[in-house]
Design a protein around this ligand. Sequence first.
Ligand code: BYC
Length: 474
Amino acid sequence: MSIDYQQKIPNNVDLAGDKTLQRALEHWQPEFLNWWSDMGPEGSHQYDCYLRTATSVDQEGWATFGYVKMPEYRWGIFLNPQVPERKIAFGAHKGEPVWQEVPGEYRSNLRRIIVTQGDTEPASVEQQRHLGLTAPSMYDLRNLFQVNVEEGRHLWAMVYLLHRYFGRDGREEAEALLERRSGDADNPRILGAFNERTPDWLSFFMFTFFTDRDGKFQLSALTESAFDPLARTTQFMLTEEGHHMFVGRNGIRRIVDRTCEIMQRERTDNPEKLRALGVIDLPTIQRYLNFHASVTADLFGADLSSNAATFYTTGLKGRYMESRLKDDHQLIEATYPILNASSGQIVIEQAPALNALNERLRDDFIKDSNSGVDAWNKNLKDRGIDFEFVVPHKAFNRQIGSLAGVKISPEGRVIGADEWNAHVRDWLPTPEDRAFVQSLMGRVVEPGKFANWISPPSSGINGLPVECEYVRFG
Ligand code: BYC
């Protein structure tokens, strides 16, 4: 199914056939561009960037690559094809045909999910706005811009649903998505992690490794939705999301690789010596990992959530890989283990599985994160370096859910305030760590050159050489 690029807003939803909707979205389009101009990547508007643009929703050859100025990127509306006769796979409506319109009684919950999802997309662009000024290479600069334009497109995906299915409320929500600002004291983004700063490239790679992975799991849960347009649009978003996690996984791998190279050349693992040589010591990388893993764990919501139970029972949001799971898909009697901190210990309790769906998705996410981190560890092992990165216990440093505020070590031990205070500098990035990482952030954008603290990638973009001029500054 190809995309109509003749239209002002490229789409595969026959926008031209619905003039009212088309006008409403064409009214929103300049507001989006104003937002991009104010909050998109700083100083980048004249650059020609080698970017991927979606051209089809077919599995094969869905995107083309070419040079484009980002404000001229063809953001559009692309839904996966409708699956004929698709049936609801879970909840009270299991077995009924999926919905092409929003049932009145589920309208406000569905809108809330779509708005929450939509809010994260511009938030991440805002968080990453200044990173281009300190890119470690032209290759990385291009990857940052690719992530940014695709987050912009994901915002379009949610705004289409709001405009098309939620009338005036939806249009107001779409405006509000351009008004909230990441980290703003008065009008912040909805979810915690999207109000944190992404001040340096180590944070950016951790963000794309962990927080974009939350995106993968939340979007996967929404691909199961009984509301078919949401399912179809999130399916296509997932196609784009893979690259974002690749950027994180590979970015960290390259940082670790460079540090290991210097460790072996200089025969030292002393953080001070390594810092003096301009690379990031492994314990600092672990502290950043701890921070991003825990902040992202919070994005899954409270471990026991009646919202999550309602979303599931009413068919709005499923589980990861719902259709592959072997159970009744209603979870009426089922239980699921959740954690509680009682009398100085973490204990496992069985809770109604319906209420524990956030926890379940968080567990799926942690499993996936672990397999990514294992790949970094394999590199360390292959090099003969005695260090292992560890994803912290899911109870560590939590601000949301029943473990919020309980002091728990990265291994999952309940501890007192004294022990926490004595060790927190070993577990989470200190102001000195952040200042050191910041001190490395200079701009390296000569094609084929890389900052001292990161190795080159093993291959370039879309078969091009690593030293290609991916961004032309004009
Ligand atoms: N920060 O009952 P609970 C992505 C609120 S990332 C602040 O557990 P629920 C991307 C919650 O709203 C994927 N507040 O909530 C990645 C509730 O408030 P009220 C984004 C939080 O609804 C990188 C209260 O606490 N997509 O795509 O079960 C770059 C009680 O919580 C937080 C989605 O998240 C928090 N972290 O679960 C770009 C999918 N967590 O009602 C993009 C849509 C909870 O008391 N969202 N609260 O006022 C959802 O499914 C759900 O809203 C959540 C929360 C899973 C997030």
